[in-house]
Write a protein that binds this ligand. Structure first.
Ligand code: HEM
Ligand code: HEM
Length: 184
């Protein structure tokens, strides 16, 4: 049985990770700006990258549901296996939930600002969402709360990966990082 993730899994993992980290930083930066042409441009860019992340994450989830992950090391206790499983499910939920909440937020906004992906492709609003300030606020809060949650999960995730590599010296980190070898 394979001992590391496949090229497809590794490529999708690192591409989506880089895009989400950039998106989290970009989201905070654009919110800190005063109303200006730059802010408007950054909002459009944020929505464009957000939709790309949504599409890639759905593709990744479908790929993951149809492929097996490599087995975890034998020494891993059952509570760690459970924690890994829960956190990975949490990630997939947030990778799709955050951009969906963003899309719902702009769809519910009382003022329509058409989303144009990279200024080229017109992206529709969700048709079944009514425009109201209450719903807009609800999805805005959900979008922000889930973004905070993914930051917390990411810190735990990186901590766990480093623990496996430097303390347990197993292959959990190396199977997701091309060219890295276990430290034993
Ligand atoms: C994984 C993808 C995404 C991430 C990680 C993300 C993250 C963020 C973050 C961190 C903020 C700042 C929140 C705050 O501090 O108040 C933000 C704001 C925002 N995001 Fe996203 N976002 C994503 C996708 C999307 C998508 C797909 C859309 C819409 C199509 C969107 C629309 C917005 C809007 C309109 C705001 C401004 C909210 C406001 O005015 O209060 N985002 N996003
Ligand atoms: C927002 C950024 C990230 C997200 C959303 C994310 C998400 C995920 C998900 C969902 C998995 C499980 C893969 C599967 O079996 O389906 C995973 C595995 C993994 N991630 Fe990340 N990740 C992110 C960033 C990082 C970073 C920065 C590191 C570096 C330390 C990292 C290291 C790993 C490793 C080593 C695994 C393999 C764990 C295992 O085999 O069980 N990830 N990641």
């Amino acid at each position: 049985m394979a001992t590391r993730y496949t090229k497809v899994a590794i490529t999708l993992h690192w591409l989506i990770a880089a895009l989400i980290i950039g998106q989290l930083i970009g989201g905070k930066v654009m919110m800190a700006l005063d109303g200006s042409a730059l802010k408007f441009e950054l909002f459009q860019l944020h929505k464009s990258f957000g939709i790309i992340i949504l599409l890639l994450s759905v593709a990744r989830l479908i790929w993951r549901l149809t492929h097996k992950a490599p087995p975890l090391p034998d020494h891993m206790p059952s509570h760690e296996r459970l924690a890994a499983k829960i956190s990975h499910i949490g990630f997939y939920g947030l990778m799709i939930g955050i951009p969906m909440a963003g899309w719902a937020m702009v769809s519910a906004a009382p003022v329509t600002i058409t989303t144009k992906i990279f200024k080229v492709i017109k992206w529709p609003d969700l048709p079944f969402i009514e425009r109201s300030e209450g719903l807009h606020k609800f999805f805005e809060n959900a979008h922000e709360m889930m973004s905070t949650l993914i930051i917390v999960l990411l810190i735990i995730h990186i901590g766990a990966a480093l623990k496996h590599h430097f303390k347990d010296k197993d292959d959990v980190m190396t199977r997701m990082v091309p060219r890295l070898r276990p430290r034993r």
